[in-house]
Design a protein around this ligand. Structure first.
Ligand code: TXA
Ligand code: MG
Length: 349
């Protein structure tokens, strides 16, 4: 398949390009598009055939449900079986933005889109290109992250092209994703609101609106056999080709532990990589050293993380050490992605 690769102005998208992308979705095709979190791989959310096409383009198991993207609050009514008050309150505070809500689905949403579940994930992104595209596409765009299954979510159009060129109809190439981690998912179908995936909208921020919100216990206990409620969370996504270890502790101990390990690895012929705050990089000896930004700058770290993991692959690094974060707020989301990428291999020093 020939993929149309179209550059698009991030603030003032060209209506001609947007309408072409919208027409592709309406006629059953697939278009990758930028959002403020990561790039999405869009298809018509109300068509079972489009959902099947998305799974096949991604190489993704079809029991992993898709998020339905909307471009105005009113259109949610058609796809859910009633809006609880909590949903209105979260929408008022966080939409448009990097928050996904799980609600009971209406009959209009095919079960192919929701992986057979009777709930639906809904998100109203803030990115201007995403909004214009969703509207042109008819208002309901199902979209997982636009990576091949097993790769980190793409935060730059070049990675979408790497993964999807030849597999979908069109790629809208905008800016690098502002946030860089996928949306926070909150389930509103249980007695209390439950965070199924941490993201830029933190637990504390949600508790300001809904104080009884909890975090899915399958996310907290990394040793657990509990099945996460968001089916996607059970897959080992985001994994780099190399073996990744997260090292956490006081900065000096972390540096000496990693230095010892990279020395050992190098002498046994491995290619080593370190992911650490910019200011500490000079203290490491490794083949590839990539900075997360200033120490303590979680937003910079979130923005760069998936790019750093992809670059480690591009550099064929086979032993990667990443410095763990203290935790709390956005650090929770970053650590969640890092630990998943590391297959929960963490060393506390
Ligand atoms: O930021 C994002 O959310 C990006 C952009 C493109 O919007 N999308 C994204 O989609 O990350 P994806 O498919 O990579 O991740 C969706 C997650 C999966 O873990 C999936 O299992 C979960 O949402 N999910 C979707 N529908 C669900 C439902 N009805 N109940 C529970 N979990 C659901
Ligand atoms: Mg994904």
């Amino acid at each position: 398949m020939d993929t149309i690769i179209a550059g698009i102005d991030p603030e003032h998208p060209d209506p001609e390009i947007i309408n072409r992308a919208g027409d592709i979705i309406r006629s059953g095709g697939l278009v990758a598009f930028p959002t403020e979190t990561v790039y999405g791989l869009g298809g018509d959310a109300l068509s079972a055939a489009s959902a099947a096409a998305i799974y096949s383009a991604k190489g993704r198991p079809s029991d992993n449900p898709l998020i339905v993207h909307i471009s105005d609050l009113d259109s949610i009514k058609r796809i859910v079986r009633g809006m609880p008050d909590a949903a209105y309150r979260l929408a008022e505070r966080f939409w448009p933005g990097p928050l996904t809500m799980i609600l009971e689905k209406s009959d209009e949403v095919p079960s192919a889109t929701t992986g057979g579940l009777d709930t639906v994930a809904v998100r109203f992104p803030s990115d201007p290109v995403a909004q214009a595209f969703i509207q042109a596409a008819g208002g309901y765009v199902a979209a997982p992250s636009a990576n091949l299954s097993g790769k980190p979510s793409p935060t730059s159009s070049k990675y979408v092209i790497q993964d999807m060129d030849g597999r979908i109809d069109m790629i809208l190439c905008g800016d690098d994703s502002r946030i860089g981690l996928e949306s926070t998912i909150v389930d509103l179908t249980e007695e209390r609101p439950v965070i199924l995936r941490p993201g830029y909208v933190t637990l504390d921020m949600i508790r300001e609106v809904l104080p009884d919100t909890v975090v899915d216990s399958a996310l907290i206990r990394d040793d657990s056999d509990l099945r996460p409620k968001a089916p996607g969370m059970k897959y080992r996504h985001y994994a780099p080709q190399g073996e990744l270890v997260v090292v956490k502790g006081a900065p000096d101990r972390v540096i000496s532990y990693i230095s010892e390990k990279t020395a050992e690895d190098s002498s046994s012929g491995h290619r080593t990589g370190v992911i650490a705050p910019d200011s500490d990089l000079a203290r490491y000896m490794a083949d590839v050293k990539l900075g997360t930004g200033d120490a303590g700058d979680s937003e910079a770290c979130a923005h760069r993380l998936f790019d750093l993991l992809r670059r480690m692959d591009d550099e064929s690094v086979d032993r990667i050490y990443a410095v763990g974060l203290a935790g709390g707020g956005l650090d929770d989301a970053i650590m969640n992605r890092l630990l998943k990428a590391a297959g929960h291999h963490i060393v506390n020093v």
